[in-house]
Design a binder for this molecule. Structure first.
Ligand code: GLC
Length: 464
């Protein structure tokens, strides 16, 4: 297939099959486009046994970003307003946004986790809504929308969830296992990176949005910024690692008490894995997956790191170190399909204990080391927005790296029916339980093409 035909196919799948209308207006896109049902299992799935026919907030982040770039701003506004109507009013969950929603007999039915597999809650949806709302207002300059009382009150309700007293002093948001894109147990409870970086983005976005109202109450932009600053300091201090910082970590004392100590989380040297040495080389750096008392998680999580760059949690030099690390480990993180969601996978006894024998998350599969093409555009914008100031050698390397990523997607995705994910270690196989015609795979490709070949300047679209 020619490149132009692939692009055309992707666009027509998005507009003609993925987008859902209600009362004549688009309200969002379903997660995967259903195929003709040939087997009983497929029929059951289409009839609602699984939820890929629902509109997920997180899956619509790339969709809405793409629509902004196509200047279809009213659709994005309608999506944001629809989600806002679904913000929870119930006593225990007031202020949260649903993971997904679906139309039933003209009514929208939302899932806040009460219908989800394993009853997991999704915390990222709420954070993403605020970030997307800010991107919409920045792009469209629709300040009137932001100033509306219901929008302002939605943001205040979100801030009620964050800026409230709690049992801990730490600025991180403490969450249960599987509270974001990785929505099954994978030992990602506590303070997983993706949530913390999204929280940073959401607080900075909320501060911008609150400025559109004359006197925001009770939470002020200033309070959001102060919190975000603390959080950034915390992430850079405890999550950022390079070969140099690891050597300091390895020689810290343990069992310390009180103020002014070096090892606040009482981490033993043995928790620092050996694969790190070769993985980081002497010029790489990244934000580790999680910090918890005694149990840091050194796994590399791709989305949390890309967002850490896009939201400038990392300094410019740290971003360069991240890009060098990713390219150094291209064989792991890209292989035959960009990008691996996290590295390395949990295996053996760790897989058994920490996933609860989850067969969907076998080592190298799905969230546990699988590859997701829908993540590529995040890395593309992270790299593209830094391109102009990059040292020449890095710029050259980044350019050819991104070209390779794009060509892998172009060559394989249409043939593989826009599969949801690929299984490792080389990502050559389509995911064992992957949906086909997955919307964020389709749109992720369109976005990758847009930022690489149409308008690299627009890679600032998610800037805070
Ligand atoms: C799976 C993924 C989740 C995604 C959903 C819809 O549950 O783990 O991240 O939002 O499918 O595509």
């Amino acid at each position: 297939m020619l490149e132009s035909q692939v692009l055309q196919q992707a666009q027509s799948l998005l507009y003609q099959q993925a987008m859902v209308s209600m009362q004549g207006e688009w309200v969002g896109a379903i997660a995967a486009i259903p195929r003709r049902q040939t087997s009983k299992a497929q029929k059951a799935e289409h009839e609602g046994a699984l939820n890929y026919g629902e509109i997920f907030i997180r899956d619509n982040v790339p969709v809405m970003t793409y629509l902004l770039l196509q200047n279809k701003t009213p659709v994005v506004k309608n999506f944001l307003t629809t989600c806002l109507h679904l913000q929870s009013h119930s006593h225990q969950t007031r202020g949260i946004f649903p993971t997904s929603f679906v139309e039933h007999d003209g009514e929208l039915v939302a899932d806040y986790g009460q219908r989800a597999i394993g009853r997991v809650v999704s915390i990222d949806a709420t954070l993403w809504w605020v970030i997307l709302a800010n991107a919409y207002v920045n792009h469209s300059q629709d300040h009137d929308w932001a100033a509306q009382p219901q929008v302002q009150s939605g943001i205040q309700k979100f801030l009620d969830l964050i800026l409230r007293p709690g049992f801990r002093e730490s600025p991180t948001l403490y969450v249960p296992d599987g509270a974001f894109m990785i929505d099954r147990p994978l030992d990602v409870w506590g303070a997983p990176l993706e949530i913390q970086v999204l929280l940073y983005g959401a607080l900075r976005s909320a501060a911008n949005l609150l400025r559109h109202s004359p006197s925001p109450r009770p939470h002020t932009p200033h309070a959001c910024i102060r919190y975000a600053r603390n959080l950034r300091r915390h992430l850079l201090k405890h999550y950022w690692v390079t070969s140099r910082t690891v050597q300091v970590l390895r020689r810290r004392p343990t069992e310390q008490y009180g103020d002014g100590i070096q090892n606040e989380f009482n981490i033993q040297t043995e928790t620092i894995p050996h694969w790190l040495q070769d993985w980081m080389g002497d010029r790489g750096g990244y934000l580790i997956g999680n910090i918890r008392t005694g149990r840091p998680d050194f796994r590399f999580f791709t989305l949390g790191n890309c967002l850490g760059a896009i939201f400038d949690v990392m300094s410019r030099n740290q971003q360069y170190a991240l890009f060098r690390l990713i390219m150094r480990n291209q064989q792991h993180l890209v292989a035959q399909m960009p990008l691996r969601i996290c590295h390395p996978p949990l295996d053996d006894v760790e897989w058994r204990k920490k996933t609860g024998y989850d067969r969907k998350n076998l080592p190298w599969c799905y969230h546990n080391g699988g590859h997701w093409a829908c993540l590529t555009w995040f890395l593309v914008i992270a790299m593209q927005r830094q391109q102009p100031l990059m040292p020449e050698d890095l710029k050259y390397q980044v350019r050819s790296f991104l070209k390779e990523c794009y060509e892998l997607m172009l060559r394989q995705l249409p043939q593989q029916q826009w599969a949801e994910y690929h299984d490792g270690p080389t990502a050559y196989w389509i995911g064992q339980q992957a949906r086909t015609y997955q919307t964020w795979t389709i749109v992720g490709f369109l976005l990758t093409h847009h930022f690489l070949h149409e308008d690299p300047k627009e890679s600032h679209i998610l800037d805070l």
